[in-house]
Design a protein around this ligand. Structure first.
Ligand SMILES: *Cc1c(COP(=O)(O)O)cnc(C)c1O
Length: 433
């Protein structure tokens, strides 16, 4: 079973009108096979599909829904603010409320600017870093995703750094030509690159914890080397916390590693399920943005009042009770991790469950858990596709791609986690014998 008859009918209609019937590629189920399941409505940790079937959701809209679907506080904030007008294109108090929550929560942030997506946040942060440093080159790591800006869609080369070649048609080689690629977890390669090119580099960008190509947590020592080398060469360190910001705790991956990036980007959770991105850093850097400074960046719907209200409601809920929601997410995440490990062991598979807080990833391969994109075994994706279908049959919805992570929300609970583990037990037995 994948899609039911009503989903199939919607998919056929959608395919006539939109490429592959979707507005973002991974939704089309191409990498797991079958047809996508159309959502009809969702609440808490569950959604109902177009055929009236219920699923436990571990995608959570790809990260934003840390409180679960249709959280009452978020819905109330959206309803109230929408009634006051859905867009102004002028300053309003709701922007200040979200900005205060973000700036007052994250110790090293002095200013933010809001945009409408994670992609836009990263593009703008890179432009700011280039404007501040007067340099063009940036360094990115293989397997890190930073949205779909031209110069960040660059194929991953392993080994020594190479100037990037585009990994999407439509990206001129010249746009990718300022992007240097390095493997994750390779301090020596990074040091060599900085020795050679450090003075040409505007920014080094890394996902707080790489979570778009499997979950590839980096060692503290690697992240520390990024920080010290950037400082030494006058390059800016950009932490892309579009997934990890407010997911791992109030100060995200930067807090987890105990370092201060120069610029940080947010998205996903910061909008409470509405389209919001943000980038921020020290006042001296942020004041280089127009109209105060020469770095231009703008947006018709930036700081949208309804989106600001949703984000503020989500952050307030997370920060309430001394941030106890993050403790709860840690407990639930650990329970799922333990349950899944036990299932794999019981069925004699040496696979890994990688977890940081409420983010989990199944590395369906033997040996140590991968820490770089190059470590990921290509056979794992095929195993994942089988498991994915067997779990759908049992009402458990995982991301339709082996490289995507599992998100646990605060609307999941022990009973739901245990039900999920039982479904995995059956699914692993059925698919792998
Ligand atoms: C999702 C994501 C982006 C892009 O955000 P969009 O809102 O999809 O444009 C950028 N960086 C990271 C780390 C992400 O996970």
């Amino acid at each position: 079973m994948t899609a039911g008859p009503r989903s199939s009918e919607l998919y056929a209609r959608a395919c006539r009108l939109m490429p592959a019937g979707v507005n973002s590629p991974v939704r089309a189920f191409a990498s797991v096979g079958g047809e996508p399941i159309f959502y009809d409505r969702a609440s808490g940790c569950r959604f109902t599909d177009a055929d009236g079937r219920e699923f436990i959701d571990y995608v959570g809209s790809w990260g934003p829904l840390i409180l679960g679907h249709a959280h009452p506080a978020v819905i109330e904030a959206i309803t109230i603010s929408a009634a006051d007008g859905t867009s102004f294109g002028a300053p309003c108090a709701r922007e200040i409320e979200l900005a205060e929550l973000v700036v007052d929560t994250v110790p090293f942030l002095e200013m933010v600017r809001f945009v409408s997506s994670g992609t836009e946040a990263v593009m703008s942060a890179v432009r700011l870093a280039r404007g501040v440093t007067g340099r063009d080159a940036i360094v990115k790591f293989t397997g890190c995703y930073h949205g779909h800006a031209d110069y960040l869609l660059v194929a991953a080369g392993s080994g020594l750094a190479t100037f990037g070649t585009p990994s999407s048609a439509g990206v001129p080689a010249s746009s990718a030509g300022h992007t240097l690629l390095l493997p994750l977890d390779d301090e020596a390669a990074f040091r060599r690159l900085m020795t050679k090119h450090g003075d040409e580099i505007a920014a080094v960008i890394i996902e707080g914890i790489p979570a778009n190509n499997g979950l590839l947590p980096q060692s503290k020592s690697f992240v520390d080397v990024l920080r010290t080398e950037c400082t030494r060469h006058g390059a800016m360190l950009i932490f892309d916390e579009v997934i990890t910001g407010f997911r791992l705790g109030p100060d995200g991956a930067a807090g987890h590693y105990g370092i201060e990036p120069d610029l940080v980007t947010y998205g996903k959770i910061i909008g409470g399920g509405m389209p919001v991105g943000a980038y921020g850093g020290k006042r001296a850097h942020m004041e280089r943005l127009a109209p105060l400074g020469p770095v231009y960046q703008a947006g018709t719907l930036s700081g949208n009042p309804v989106a600001m209200a949703a984000g503020a409601a989500a952050l307030r809920t997370l920060l309430a009770d001394g941030g106890s929601t993050w403790d709860r997410l840690e407990t639930l995440g650990a329970r799922l991790e333990t349950g899944l490990r036990e299932v794999f062991t019981k069925h004699d598979h040496q696979w890994s469950v990688v977890r940081r807080g409420s983010i989990l990833w199944l590395a369906l391969q033997d040996g140590p858990a991968p820490v770089t994109a190059e470590d990921i075994d290509s056979g794992a994706a095929e195993r994942y596709a089988g498991l994915h279908a067997a779990l759908l049959e049992r009402g458990v919805y995982l991301a339709p791609s082996a490289y995507e992570v599992i998100f646990v929300s605060a609307a999941h609970d022990e009973a739901v986690i245990d039900q999920t583990v039982a479904a995995f037990d059956e699914a692993v037995a059925e698919v792998f014998g």
